[in-house]
Design a protein around this ligand. Structure first.
Ligand SMILES: Cc1cc2nc3c(=O)[nH]c(=O)nc-3n(C[C@H](O)[C@H](O)[C@H](O)COP(=O)(O)OP(=O)(O)OC[C@H]3O[C@@H](n4cnc5c(N)ncnc54)[C@H](O)[C@@H]3O)c2cc1C
Length: 400
């Protein structure tokens, strides 16, 4: 489609909203949004988009926010929408686009990411789960860990080793795995919040048709990079309006719990809150700029800037929130029940839970140390990390 102006897109979204019945449920609403090309506007026409620049999604988001029907995009299916859809679009066949994109966007089919293993997190290319070809099917055996929302998922993005004699990055292949298939077992892992958002996933002789492979055999690392780069953009935040998101929770608590204006701590506190507000605004503008620069499919290393900033800032914001609660901040009024999470919320209106949840921000989706390595090497051009196992066969790499 020829590029349309912001005003034209706005008019199109308003017309779409005017045509939606008041009682449309989430699936119907999001399905119609997909069909109108307003799901991910930089996707091609007929595949949830209009072939526009990624920055135009902000126009859609603005309009949807003011509608009674607005269903927050990522929260519906955070891993599927943020990472699964761009990966399937970039590396999948037309049949896969047809099969997976729409129900992923509506939230009818939840997705999870099966990358990390007990022996491979930051160094995910060192993973050991294996897939062996048997006719036109692969037989998968291995264990994944920290798999967010595996218990709710219909599909998983799986990276497995298909050629152990190749160096670690070269012997991997990437599959879409049916999480309901025989041999897939999901067990809860509880976080410090008391919720089990993530899981251990055991795969025993799971059969995956070769038609569910994304990318070429042995080229799984390249496909995984698409997922990881999009994960960083998704986790980098910046989707909230000015003063919105986590910082809005801090300003709310500040308004209710701030010390008296003539007390000595008031000035120190005001300085701390203002500093965090400014940093949140810088993050919003930085991620907005990264979105404009982002290519369709595989965003560049700029996604790591937002991921690093948002992880560290979220932790600082929720530390301030808790400090503003004073001694009360140490008490969990609701007790500490162990629960199965329905979603992977980065923060909720429960300030204390959000504080605990924020500690994971600098681990999930790549740790802050790893983000600094990426930025040092790929953006600043500093010398690379030492990688002694990069060019030798995976089978010869010492491991415990
Ligand atoms: C809330 C949450 C949700 C998650 N969801 C998923 C999911 O859905 N799917 C999935 O596959 N994984 C998921 N993960 C796993 C996550 O990707 C890993 O935890 C992360 O990549 C770190 O790996 P690790 O835990 O094995 O730590 P390690 O890699 O063992 O790292 C341990 C420490 O060493 C540091 N370190 C490691 N390598 C280097 C280096 N080269 N230079 C400097 N420091 C280094 C790390 O920064 C860290 O501090 C999730 C994690 C969390 C916390």
């Amino acid at each position: 489609m020829a590029e349309i102006t912001e005003d034209e897109l706005r008019t199109r979204v308003r017309a779409f909203l005017a045509g939606m019945p008041d009682d449309a449920d989430m699936f119907a609403f999001r399905g119609a949004q997909f069909d109108a090309g307003l799901a991910v506007v930089h996707f091609p026409e007929g595949k949830g988009g209009l072939g526009l620049s990624p920055k135009m999604q902000g126009v859609v988001a603005d309009e949807l926010r003011s509608s009674p029907h607005s269903y927050h995009d990522l929260a519906v299916n955070p891993i599927g929408i943020g990472m699964g859809m761009p990966t399937v679009l970039t590396h999948g066949t037309d049949e896969m686009h047809e099969r997976f994109l729409r129900p992923c966007f509506t939230g009818e089919e939840i997705w999870c990411q099966l990358f990390s293993e007990p022996g491979a997190g930051s160094d995910v290319a060192g993973l050991a789960s294996k897939a062996e070809l048997d006719g036109d099917e692969w037989i998968v055996n291995g264990q994944k860990v920290w798999t967010t929302l595996a218990h709710r998922s219909r599909w998983g993005m799986l990276v497995a080793r298909t050629d152990p004699d190749q160096p670690k990055h070269k012997g991997l292949s990437y599959f879409v795995i049916d999480m309901h298939a025989d041999g897939v077992e999901t067990r809860p892992l509880y976080q410090i919040t008391g919720e089990a958002e993530f899981n251990e996933v055991f795969m025993t002789d799971v059969r995956i048709p070769d038609s569910m492979r994304l990318g070429e055999r042995g080229d799984g690392w390249r496909v995984a990079i698409t997922t990881l780069m999009n994960e960083r953009v998704a986790l980098g935040g910046g989707g909230s309006p000015r003063g919105g998101g986590a910082i809005a929770l801090l300003t709310d608590v500040w308004e209710k719990n701030q010390p008296p204006a003539d007390s000595p701590e008031y000035t120190v506190w005001r300085d701390r809150v203002a500093d965090l507000w400014v940093k949140a605004e810088v993050l919003r503008l930085t991620t907005a700029r990264a979105r404009v620069a982002a290519q369709v499919g595989v965003p560049g290393p700029e996604g790591s800037v937002g991921k690093l900033m948002s992880a560290e800032l979220n932790k600082d914001i929720f530390e301030a929130v808790l400090d503003l609660h004073g001694a009360d901040g140490m008490i969990f009024e609701a007790g500490y029940p162990l629960e199965r999470a329905e979603n992977a919320a980065m923060y909720t209106i429960d300030n204390k839970k959000s504080f605990l949840r924020s500690r994971a921000n600098s681990i999930e989706g790549g740790t802050s140390e790893v983000m600094r390595n990426i930025l040092g090497e790929r953006v600043l051009g500093l010398p690379g990390d030492i990688r002694v196992d990069k060019d030798i066969p995976w089978t010869e790499v010492p491991r415990n």
